[in-house]
Design a protein around this ligand. Structure first.
Ligand code: ZN
Length: 359
């Protein structure tokens, strides 16, 4: 993610503009009186949370993103707005050096290699003899519809040490690139390389902007351990900064003004199939503050629906704590019974726990 994308992901445009403009919700968007032209009787200023933009449909007919809003309102230039918003979002600004530029280009390349790998895995699930067992597992055992398999772009990594490696070598990629995007592993200096994912269902993991960052992979035989294996930490894959399903759920989260947090890949897909398209998963680990900030951009109403076992309960408590630390607090002034005023911090979020029956 670029610094600008990162800032936009962390700052909710409605919150930012609400600091100076009174907004009222109308459907998906927010409307208010334009701060840039003398107030008329009609509110002509619209904020579009989905795209992170605003526009005045009145006299000034201006629009833009959060940067443009601050530049216009405060009379700042872009770098001043950038410094202010980076600070507010808790993003460290790095000078845009040639090295950084090179790194961004390399990240793009790694992501495009993953897209090719995804074509390879999807082909193996749907078009090969070996993939039949995996497809049967998804449809019969996991009760996934062919449509859900298609929507979530599920794939299959064949039971082989080097099918994936050979596929990419033929296309002219080198081992370093394949290691850097987490597709292969090096055995040792002498013994060469092997495919990271073997005989596993493949779940592509995309960020909110649809960029492919890595894979989750589930063994289809119970003897194979670990049951779940992810891409390793790479330049583009940071598990704690991604939420599985957010690329597909973000619109539904906004529309429902509510996000459901579930434990794993199958929970997200299962809920999607059942008509709840606003579910995301922190992929089997405890919710991180970065993940919570990602969600905060779309909603403040969160439901934790984690497994009904002791690990799930622990994860729920941890999730509540992270939410408490991450979500904004508002201050209320309260009259106590003696008539004195004191202030009370209130969490600016609606957190609920959905308790599931065990099993
Ligand atoms: Zn205006």
């Amino acid at each position: 993610m670029s610094t600008i994308e990162e800032i936009k992901a962390r700052i909710n445009i409605v919150d930012l503009i609400s600091e100076s403009v009174k907004l009222r919700r109308t459907g998906k968007n927010y409307i208010g009186f334009c701060p840039f032209h003398a107030n008329t009787r009609t509110p002509a200023f619209v904020v579009f949370p989905d795209s992170g933009t605003w526009r005045c449909f009145g006299e000034c007919n201006e629009g833009g993103d959060i940067f443009r809003f601050l530049m216009k309102k405060e009379g700042w230039d872009f770098s001043e707005a950038l410094r202010y918003l980076a600070n507010k979002a808790g993003v460290t600004l790095e000078p845009f050096t040639p090295k950084k530029k090179e790194e961004n280009a390399y990240a793009e390349r790694l992501s495009s290699i993953l897209e090719e790998a995804l074509i390879f895995y999807r082909h193996h699930l749907t078009q090969t003899e070996k993939g039949k067992e995996a497809l049967a597992y998804l449809i019969e055992k996991r009760k996934l519809s062919p449509k859900a398999i298609e929507t979530f772009e599920l794939g299959y990594a064949p039971e082989s040490w080097e099918d994936c490696l050979t596929f990419f070598r033929k296309k002219g990629y080198n081992e370093k690139e394949l290691i850097d995007c987490g597709l292969i592993t090096q055995r040792s200096e002498q013994d060469g390389y092997y495919d990271r994912f073997r005989k596993r269902i493949i779940f592509p993991i995309r960020n909110a902007n649809q960029r492919l960052c890595g894979f989750g992979a589930r063994a289809i035989s119970n003897e194979d351990i670990p049951k779940y294996l992810n891409s390793p930490q790479t330049l583009i894959f940071d598990k704690g900064a991604l939420l599985y399903g957010l690329d597909k759920a973000r619109k539904a989260i906004r529309a429902a003004d509510q996000a459901i947090i579930v434990e794993g890949y199958f929970d997200v897909i299962g809920l999607y199939q059942a008509g709840f398209q606003n579910a995301v998963s922190p992929m089997g680990t405890a919710l991180t503050p970065v993940q919570m900030r990602l969600l905060k951009r779309y909603t403040r109403r969160i439901i934790l629906a984690l497994d009904a076992d002791s690990a799930g309960e622990k994860a729920t408590l941890k999730g509540l704590q992270v939410a408490r630390d991450t979500m904004n607090h508002a201050e209320d002034f309260i009259f106590d019974p003696r008539g004195l005023i004191h202030s009370e911090a209130r969490l600016d979020a609606d957190m609920r726990v959905c308790t599931l029956p065990s099993g």
